[in-house]
Structures are given as C-alpha cells and as structure tokens.
Design a protein around this ligand. Structure first.
Ligand code: MSP
Length: 497
C-alpha cells in the first residue's frame, strides 16, 4: 500500500502557494504510484482545534466551529481548483477523529507514558508550542508573539524514548529523507529529549482527555493522529494494518520535530509502528522570506492559475522547486519556465506534429518505427524518471521527461518532415514523434493531468493516460498508428511579461 499524506492545514488562514506546494507534490506522487498499479491512498485535510483557530474565530466574530467550516471549505475549493486527487479529506472535528484520538491517548496513558504536571512557560500562539527564552527574540522578529502561560498539564514522557527512537533511526535508515533532515532529527534526539505537554485546561476547543475531561488535548497530539484516523485506526477498519504499514508523510521543515521525534515516540508508546517514511521539504520564499499572514506576502493559488492555468501552476512547483532545500518563488521565474518548458517544448511538439500529420498524412497518425534513437532515449528517460519519483524528487523526474520532449523536437528539426514528400520516410519520422508524445502524456500526467489527457485525446487514443499502467505504457511501440490526429488550440499559449 502506498499511503501518502500532506500536513493538515490550520483553518485560521487562507490556502496559499506554500500549502499548495506540499499538496501538489503529494498529488503527483499519488498519481505516479497509481500509474505503477500500486494500491494508493492519498490523504489531506484540515487541522481545526486549538488556540490559534479559537483566536481566529474570535477575531472574525464567529464560533470556532463556523470558522472551521468556512476555512475547511476554502481548502477543499483550492484542491478542487488544482486538480488534487485525494482519496480522503480529514477534518479533525469529525467524530471518527475524536474516536481515534481518544483511543491513542488512552493507549499511551495505559502504558504509563502520560503524567500530570504543572507547566509554566512561554508559549507561541502562532506555532501552538511552548518555546524557550532564547527563541523569543527570533519569533518576535518574525511577528510571532510569545505569551506567558501557567497551568496544570498532562505530559507525554518523551524523555523515556531517546534510546527507542535512536534504535528506530538506526534500523530504518530511510525513515526521514533527505538525509540532511534525518541528521537534524537524530541530532535533536541526541541532545536529550524533554517531556512535552499534551493537554490544556484553559481552552475548550479540542478533544477532552478520556480519563480527565477537564483537560483538552493539546493541538499536536490531536493533529498528528489524523494520519491514523484516516487509515482506519479508530474504526477498527480491516484495511488499517496494511494502510498504516505504507504511510509516507510529506511535510515542510517547520514541522520536522513533531513528525520525526514526537510522532514516532507517541506511536511506539501506543504499541504502533512509526510511519514508513517522512519526506521533508524546505520553504517557498517570497522576496527571500517565508510567506506569512503577518508579512502580507502570501500568494493565493487562484491568482497564479488565472495566468498559468492549472497545469502551468502544478508544473511550476514540481519542476522548479527541488524537494528538500528552500527555493525562491518569483513570477518572472515562473513565466520564463512556463514559456520554455510548456509553451515552447511540450506545446510546440504537440502542435507541430499534429500540423505535419494533417498536411502529409491526411490527419492519420502513422505507427512508430521499431527502434532508433528516440526509442533508446525513451527507455532511458523512463528509468530515470521512475527512480526520481521513487526518491520523491519530482523536479528530477520532470527534467528527465522533458529531455525526451527536447530530443523529439531536435529529431524533427534534423529531419524536417514538413519539407518531405508524403511517404514512408515522413511517416517514420512522425510515427516516432507521435510515440514520444504518447509516452510523455503518461510520464507527465502526474504533473500536468489536464494537458496529458488532452494530448492523449488528440493522438486519437481511447481512455486516458491515468488509466495506463507502468512500466508497460512506457515501452516503445505502443502507438498503434492509423488513428485520427487532431491539432486543437495551443495547449499552453505563450505568455508575455
Ligand atoms: N496544522 C499544522 C500541521 C499538522 S500536521 C499533523 C500546520 N499547519 S499549516 O497550515 O501551518 O501548514 C504547514 C505546512 O504547510 C508546512 O509543513 C508545509 O507543508 C506547508 N507550507 C506552509 N508554508 C510554506 C512555505 N512558505 N513553503 C513551503 N511549504 C509551506 O503546521
């Protein structure tokens, strides 16, 4: 089972391109794994409890439940707009989640890993976390105010899990990827772990502790459990064990500590296995800074979709951002890449081939030749793209896929079929180019599902790229020939600055 998750997003805020970046990446991965024929389950959703949401509701003059409903809807709409193919959308205010959180808490409590204590400390509302005195200046610089809190809390005995976590990391070298992030997590554990607070009495917007309902669960215990809920944990779903064994979390580096340290310890305490892997990416920066509500530098996905289209949006964040390091977003960069890769390379190949098939082959697509340089390139590209998707490196996978497009364009330029007389020679050149388009439609479909389906249709093929199965669909020779090829409107109209 390939069970891929995004973080669940807070409902205090509008969806922006940072959220979309993680979600589009998870979507492309899910689509790739469906092509491989893997049993795939893709989860996203919203994080709806806690002080941050309660405060946002107060500021909007509405009840927290209404705040959650309104903003969850915005995420649902954003993902619909971006052609996100999630199998489940979890909201932490759902009864199924209440059941799962209660069960996980009880399991850790029964194990003796949750104890009552008093907490007095500094708390960052924006981060929903207690912070240390040396973090305050930096947080305030970022516009994340810190308040002082004193209350009775239950604590999760994280300090007991140092050894177990280090053993887990040793036994599972790929648990956290890329490696630099794994080292960061291991380094954090080695410094020594402190117990962390899991409950609050000062707020009521949350799930009560089953053994002491004066307390509600602190946001991270609640939030992380969403991955179990959707896998069927609270519902005794028979699908749970297989689904959970294949869990892969995609997250931004801001929440590494919670996913790579707290979460595996909580699971071990409850007698469950940690997820199969956690894939950590860097920040999308705008003008050198992380997007945030207070800096007013957030960009809504819809604003870019208007210019670049859904596929143009998706392609940019998959191809232009390397998964791992921080990356700077700029409109100019997005425009240049769109024109180069989508309008000129892919769009041009599709338009040119259809035009020459119309003029030299009466609009009937010829079959490809048995082998040759493009067949070899296609085989190499498939191998490279498959390895890249496997290591969650969409930019490398698309780089390889686009190499095949460029090779096909060069092949056309070298042979100039538009200058040839109709006949077997022109048919061989065009048949090979059509076959490249067919293979590219499959390989690029996780990134640009709309354009891929359109290319498929224009080649005269029935069904759609997403119904194909890899590796068979990438094997040379799949285009049967004799099908009507249509030109249609430009797939990616060129944009000027
Ligand atoms: N609700 C918690 C996560 C709980 S998961 C069990 C949360 N929510 S969030 O709305 O703040 O979303 C955080 C996630 O959004 C990041 O981990 C990342 O995936 C994505 N991003 C938000 N801003 C981002 C950037 N500027 N750049 C890249 N990703 C960003 O934290």
């Amino acid at each position: 089972m390939f069970y891929v998750t995004t973080p669940i997003y807070y409902v205090n805020d509008e969806p922006h391109i940072g959220h979309a970046y993680t979600t589009v990446t998870a979507d492309a991965l899910a689509r790739w794994h469906r092509l491989l024929g893997d049993d795939t389950f893709f989860l996203t959703g919203t994080d709806e409890h806690g002080l941050k949401v309660q405060r946002a509701a107060e500021a909007n003059g509405i009840a927290p439940g209404e705040q959650a409903d309104r903003f969850a809807e915005r995420f649902v709409d954003a993902w619909r707009l971006l052609d996100i193919s999630h199998d489940d959308f979890i909201r932490t205010t759902e009864p199924r989640h209440h059941t799962a959180v209660t069960r996980l808490l009880q399991a850790c409590y029964d194990r003796g890993d949750i104890e009552l204590g008093a907490y007095e400390g500094l708390y960052s509302v924006a981060d929903e976390a207690y912070v240390t005195a040396d973090e305050v200046a930096e947080l305030e610089r970022q516009g994340r105010p810190v308040i002082s809190l004193k209350e009775e809390n239950y604590f999760f005995k994280l300090s007991r899990y140092e050894r177990a976590l280090l053993d887990w990391y040793d036994a599972h070298p790929d648990f956290v990827q890329p490696e630099a992030r794994r080292n960061e997590a291991v380094g954090f554990i080695r410094q020594g772990l402190k117990d962390f607070s899991i409950s609050r009495t000062s707020i009521d917007w949350g799930i009560p502790l089953p053994w002491d309902p004066r307390h509600v669960t602190y946001v991270w215990f609640d939030a992380l459990t969403n991955y179990l809920t959707a896998a069927g944990y609270g519902a005794d779903d028979p699908a749970f064990p297989a689904r959970w064994a294949g869990a892969r979390h995609l997250i931004g580096k801001d929440i590494l500590r919670f996913h790579c340290v707290y979460w595996p310890a909580m699971l071990l305490s409850a007698g469950l296995e940690p997820p199969r892997s956690v894939h950590v990416h860097g920040y999308l920066l705008v003008g050198g800074e992380k997007m945030s509500k207070t800096r007013l530098n957030q960009i809504a996905p819809a604003a870019l979709v208007e210019t670049f289209g859904v596929d143009g949006f998706r392609y940019h964040f998959l191809a232009d951002q390397r998964f791992g390091p921080d990356g700077e977003f700029s409109f100019e960069g997005m425009l240049a890449r769109y024109n180069a890769d989508l309008a000129n390379n892919l769009g041009n190949l599709a338009a040119r081939v259809a035009a020459v098939v119309a003029s030299k082959c009466s609009g009937v697509g010829p079959a490809p030749s048995a082998g040759g340089p493009l067949a070899e390139a296609a085989a190499a590209v498939y191998e490279e793209a498959a390895r890249a998707w496997e290591r969650v490196a969409p930019s490398d996978a698309l780089e390889a896929t686009w190499r095949l497009i460029r090779e096909a364009n060069s092949h056309l330029e070298a042979h100039e079929p538009w200058k040839m007389e109709p006949g077997p020679e022109v048919e061989a050149v065009l048949g090979d180019a059509l076959e490249v388009l067919r293979i590219v439609a499959v390989l690029a479909s996780p990134a640009v599902p709309g354009a891929a389906a359109e290319i498929w249709h224009r080649l005269g093929l029935s069904g759609s790229p997403q119904d194909q199965r890899l590796p068979a669909a990438a094997a040379w020779g799949g285009y049967p020939g004799g099908l009507p090829v249509t030109k249609g409107r430009p797939l990616f109209p060129r944009l000027s600055a």
